[in-house]
Design a protein around this ligand. Structure first.
Ligand code: CU
Length: 339
């Protein structure tokens, strides 16, 4: 958590003053929190709800190595697909730092990582939804009040709330983690019974406040080293509610979303894609394995997700692989195939 002492004090002084005569205030918030090894990512706006006056600005500081956007869409606007940008303008649909949002034109940072900041001015009153275009369950709210109205919190409150929320999200261990083998062992043994050799390819958990949704995602292969014998099959299962991962042997393809490789894929009876690797030079890319979005009343139900991938190994050797989306966070593994 970056604490801007001078600006935090400024925000404190201004935020606690209800007079309409004060100058426009500059507020601060953070995008994301992560563990030291980058494996645990709190995908959240911190805080994810903030009350300001019309004319004020908020500066978001990006604090993690996972990409996020700070985006304000027009109410009811369809979320654009990748590459993420303001619809319907020409790609990449990125608006400049310091843009204003009044509900009539989209404002979007584009994907940013640690070290970047982005300021949005709010000239008009309104209650605005804040979203990350990369992560579906990462939302927040900005309440822009008339300057004659009092604000409920000051900058110091938000700084403390943001720090607490980031710490709490990262510390959540009730869904298993790379350090905790409670649920993980149970999950893995479930999959071992089903397939012989199971790897959990990511876990996660969505939570909420009154201001929006946040997600903890653990960007790790839970058994990052699988030791098997020739002829065995390894099965990867993504147990994260929103974050896609890939299982990629060999170079990353340009198209990360769809399956590709130098060997043919089969589709197993349960719908899972299945490849066979016989050489260290075989390239196999699973494409995104990911859960489908939550159901919503009034919309067609989502299809079943592609959450599972299998590879059978026919020759001995050590086969390194990675998640092509999160190898920068250290999401890598290997399969050791013994004769
Ligand atoms: Cu991944």
């Amino acid at each position: 958590m970056k604490l801007h002492v001078a600006t935090a004090l400024l925000g404190l002084a201004i935020g606690t003053t209800a007079s309409p005569l004060v100058h426009a205030a500059q507020w601060h918030a953070t995008v994301g929190a992560q563990s030291h090894d980058m494996g645990r990512q709190a995908m959240a706006f911190l805080p994810n709800e903030i009350w300001i006056h019309a004319g004020d600005s908020i500066t978001w500081t990006f604090d993690v190595d996972e990409i996020h956007t700070v985006t304000f869409l027009i109410a009811g606007e369809v979320r654009p697909p990748f590459p993420v940008g303001c619809p319907p303008g020409p790609p990449p649909g990125i608006t400049p730092d310091g843009s204003s949002f009044d509900g009539t034109h989209c404002v979007n940072t584009g994907p940013l990582v640690k070290g970047h900041t982005y300021t949005v001015n709010f000239p008009s009153t309104g209650n605005f939804k804040l979203v990350c275009l990369v992560h579906g369950d990462m939302t927040g709210t900005v309440h822009v009040l008339d300057p004659s109205l009092p604000l409920p919190h000051n900058q110091a409150f938000y700084d403390e709330q943001a720090a607490d929320a980031g710490r709490d999200l990262l510390a959540d261990v009730d869904h298993g983690s790379d350090h905790d083998d409670g649920d993980r062992t149970q999950n893995s043994s479930d999959h071992k019974q089903a397939s012989g050799h199971g790897v959990i390819a990511g876990i996660g958990e969505v939570s909420a406040t009154a201001g929006g949704h946040r997600t903890l995602s653990v960007m790790r292969f839970m058994h990052d080293k699988s030791v098997i014998h020739v002829g065995d099959t390894v099965e990867w299962n993504n147990a994260d509610p929103i974050t896609p991962h890939t299982i990629t042997f060999g170079p990353e393809p340009t198209d990360l979303i769809h399956p590709s490789g130098s060997v043919p894929f089969a589709t197993d009876a349960d719908g899972a894609l299945h490849a066979s690797i016989s050489s260290l030079s075989d390239n196999v890319h699973s494409g995104f394995i990911v859960a489908e979005p939550q159901e919503r009343t009034g919309l067609a139900q989502a299809p079943l997700g592609h959450t599972r991938f299998r590879v059978t190994f026919t020759h001995a050797g050590t086969y390194p692989y990675k998640c092509a989306l999160h190898d920068n966070l250290g999401m890598m593994g290997q399969v050791v195939v013994k004769p």
